[in-house]
Write a protein that binds this ligand. Structure first.
Ligand SMILES: C[S@@+](CC[C@H](N)C(=O)[O-])C[C@H]1O[C@@H](n2cnc3c(N)ncnc32)[C@H](O)[C@@H]1O
Length: 443
């Protein structure tokens, strides 16, 4: 199933007592212009913290990771962000160049290898203790056998200048642990290919109100960032009155996610965190000269999740940024932002905006991030139930049987053009079918 915990990391406000523990006021500049490797002032403390508590604490297992997370399948992510996919190379693969920046114990790296066969993957992290787990995880899962190259390096994401460009950069729950997140963002932007996609996950203030209070309380009680402090943290949340808001919120929202000690420490004892609201998030993105290319959990930002009727109509009439601001105000439980960025605003090739003829002239591929294939009862990329009709199944099966890149309109199927286009459009909308950018070939 979806590796949920790996997309549910940490956060904390910069006002938090101890959030810059160990650093003098007026932090030293990151990097050493005198010739050292570029670094961040928080790196020694943060690296040591993760050596004590390698994150995420997901168990190791033999064989491929369970299920999928479409955000780590570059084909799915690119089709989502850009509306279509480039063709495969001569060997029938798309050898994406992938960077996992701040890979932690390698849960995301493992999926990135298994969901992107034939790619080249570089995973970096500053914590050797964490990387040892990532090495073991990927060794046991056979990740390196899936890709052309897998490198797991102890490096800062600030220190990648001699690496080339990447088509996909994943950095989940990392930049908000730098003393200077903007420098981290600029470093990643420098490594992004002109049509590359950067996937980030950062803490949101709103849904972390209780966490921030618990962190402050623990700091006042003298808790630091070690094993003994973890015991104190668990004791605090277990002994507050049962109707206490912090305790209730922890039990209802976070107890499962923090069952592993590393995850608990990550949430309540972190030595260096920043979190954002929407306005600061967009200022942060602009500081890296990057373009917002969509949330990777768009359903959360859809006002229809919260409003109906006239109120929804009013919401829909607002510019997109204001719709999101409205959702941020209405849902104080949002605890993170996850989203895609690009170097330039690339023209989107959206199937909804092309006519039937153009749509059927393009090729397509079935999304690999589905449960239940082949069949009519599927779970989609977000594990949402999907009921296909027999005609949809026929179309997908014909696509899989045809040579790669065959135009949807040229698939040998007894199906009228209008019906074929209607089915293809719906399958693309539900992300069962990924459209190819180029004109497909005749059958
Ligand atoms: C919360 S963990 C996230 C791990 C992983 N991305 C995930 O979500 O499963 C943050 C990780 O970022 C790493 N990290 C922090 N600063 C870093 C830096 N400057 N360069 C590379 N990794 C860094 C930490 O060592 C830690 O393993």
């Amino acid at each position: 199933m979806l590796a949920k915990t790996s997309l549910q990391p940490l956060a904390m406000s910069s006002e938090l007592p101890g959030s810059n523990a160990g650093f003098p006021a007026g932090h030293p500049p990151s990097g050493d212009p005198a010739g050292g490797r570029p670094t961040d002032a928080a790196t020694p403390v943060v690296g040591a913290f993760y050596d004590r508590f390698p994150y995420p604490g997901d168990p190791l297992q033999d064989g491929p990771p369970p299920g999928y997370n479409w955000r780590w399948c570059v084909d799915s992510a690119r089709a989502f962000a850009f509306g279509s996919l480039p063709p495969r190379d001569g060997s029938g693969e798309r050898p994406w160049r992938i960077l996992d920046a701040g890979c932690g114990t390698g849960v995301s790296t493992d999926y990135l290898c298994h969901l992107n066969p034939g790619s080249r993957v570089l995973a970096v992290d500053i914590s050797p203790g964490t990387l040892a787990v990532a090495e073991e995880r990927t060794r046991r899962s056979g990740a390196a056998d899936q890709v052309r190259e897998l490198r797991i390096d102890q490096r800062s994401l600030l220190d990648l200048n001699e690496e080339g460009e990447f088509d996909y950069i994943n950095s989940v729950g990392v930049l908000h642990h730098l003393d200077r997140p903007e420098e981290g963002l600029r470093s990643l932007a420098r490594r992004l290919a002109p049509t590359g996609l950067l996937h980030l996950f950062l803490y949101a203030d709103g849904g972390r109100w209780e966490i921030h209070r618990t962190q402050r309380a623990l700091a006042l009680l003298g808790a630091g960032t070690g094993a003994e402090d973890l015991r104190l943290g668990r004791q605090l949340l277990g002994s507050l009155p049962s109707d206490n808001r912090l305790r209730r919120h922890h039990e209802e929202r976070w107890a499962l996610d923090t069952a592993a000690d590393a995850n608990f420490a990550d949430m309540y004892l972190h030595p260096q965190e920043t979190s954002y609201d929407l306005e600061r998030l967009f200022a942060f993105i602009a500081s890296g000269g990057l373009q917002f290319a969509g949330f990777s959990n768009p359903e959360v930002w859809d006002p229809a999740r919260l409003l109906q009727g006239e109120l929804l109509e009013r919401a829909r009439a607002l510019p997109l940024r204001e719709q999101w601001a409205l959702v941020e105000h209405l849902d104080p439980a949002i605890s993170h932002f996850e989203f895609f960025l690009t170097l330039a605003s690339l023209p989107q090739d959206l199937p909804a905006e092309v006519g039937d003829e153009t749509l059927l002239a393009s090729g397509g591929e079935r999304n690999r991030c589905l449960w239940g294939w082949p069949g009519t009862s599927l779970l989609g990329p977000d594990l949402q139930p999907l009921d296909l009709e027999d005609g949809d199944l026929d179309l997908l099966k014909a696509l899989e049987a045809a040579p790669a890149g065959t135009a949807l309109g040229a698939l040998p199927l007894p199906m009228e053009t209008a019906e074929r286009a209607r089915r293809a459009r719906r399958l693309i909308r539900d992300r069962v079918l990924l459209r190819l950018a180029t004109t497909g070939r005749a059958a």
